[in-house]
Design a protein around this ligand. Structure first.
Ligand code: SAM
Length: 295
């Protein structure tokens, strides 16, 4: 006989509706903490499923809030869900979900900017979050620096930020964030959500982006890559021979890596920036030797 189809591990609809939870605990949204909630469990289910296969994966969520996405993550095959929340009011409100999850959900009360998710969960781990928009970019940069430690990142951003993550050279949205993101990750836009999908509605459209580690990222040091892209895009209208002056002999650097000195930052692709970062690094590695040269 075939075994019976296994029952879902966790039914997101078995708990009280999210609007009731919000009313019962008086969880008015705080703008300062980027609180825009998703109360439609069909929608949070769609986001959780868009993260990809979760069997044997620990899902890490930043900002569970009232728990709509948390419930949806518990309904996947994820081994465990670890949710990091800064606003203490939600810790009590999430207790019903913790109980219903039978040991699969832990809540960590902390500022996600100060937490290294790798210390909370063993590999394989994935991050899935409807991010607080005021700290979305610094959170992403922190995770990108170690993206090989994650199966995937599935993240809600304001659409304008998502556009920058996937922007190609030559476009207006192409900048530092595009270069750093695409250097480390394959980033894919999954779908957009209008303001009315959230309570309260934010002023902007939102976008879910799926990121996975790039198989063979161009060699370069993170910190040098940050400096080179900051210099180049800090004066994005200027030619690189001008904007890269702070890095040393810009003309020689550009010639060495085969980029026209008259090019502007937005014309240079990820491989070009990585080559620049390697050239800057090589000069700096060589510099101490020069200072010891006999006069
Ligand atoms: N996941 C919930 C949902 O989809 O309805 C809430 C998403 S809401 C956009 C962002 C959540 O992140 C809020 O619950 C907020 O309190 C929390 N948050 C804001 N800043 C945070 C931080 N620095 N660390 C951890 N959580 C934070």
């Amino acid at each position: 006989d075939l075994p019976p189809p296994s029952a879902p591990r966790f039914d997101p609809h078995a708990l009280p509706p999210l609007r009731e939870v919000i009313a019962r605990f008086g969880l008015d949204a705080k703008k300062s903490l980027g609180q825009n909630f998703l109360l439609d469990l069909n929608l949070t289910g769609r986001i959780a499923r868009s993260a990809g296969p979760m069997a044997s994966v620990t899902a890490i969520e930043v900002g569970p809030g009232p728990g709509g996405l948390t419930r949806a993550l518990l309904a996947t095959d994820a081994t465990r869900v670890i949710a990091i929340e800064r606003d203490r009011r939600f810790i009590e409100a999430l207790q019903d979900v913790v109980d219903a999850a039978q040991g699969r959900l832990s809540i960590v009360e902390a500022d996600a900017l100060t937490v290294d998710p790798e210390t909370l969960a063993p590999a394989p781990r994935a991050i899935v979050a409807n991010l607080p928009y005021n700290v979305a970019t610094p959170l992403l940069l922190g995770w990108l620096a170690r993206i090989e430690a994650y199966v995937s990142l599935t993240l809600m951003f304001q659409k304008e930020v998502a556009d920058r993550l996937v922007a190609q050279p030559g476009s207006k949205a192409y900048g530092r964030l595009s270069v750093i993101t695409q250097w480390r990750a394959d980033a894919r836009v999954l779908f957009n959500l209008p303001p009315r999908a959230f309570t309260p509605p934010p002023k902007v459209d939102s976008t879910i982006v799926h990121l996975t580690a790039r198989a063979a990222p161009e060699a370069a040091e993170w910190r040098v890559m940050e400096r080179v892209t900051a210099a180049a895009f800090g004066q994005r209208r200027k030619m690189l021979r001008q904007s890269l002056k702070s890095l040393g002999n810009a003309e020689a650097l550009l010639e060495e890596v085969g980029i026209a000195p008259t090019a502007r930052a937005e014309e240079v692709d990820v491989a070009g920036f990585a080559a620049l970062a390697r050239a800057v690094q090589a000069r700096e590695d060589a510099a101490p030797a020069q200072t010891h040269q006999a006069p």
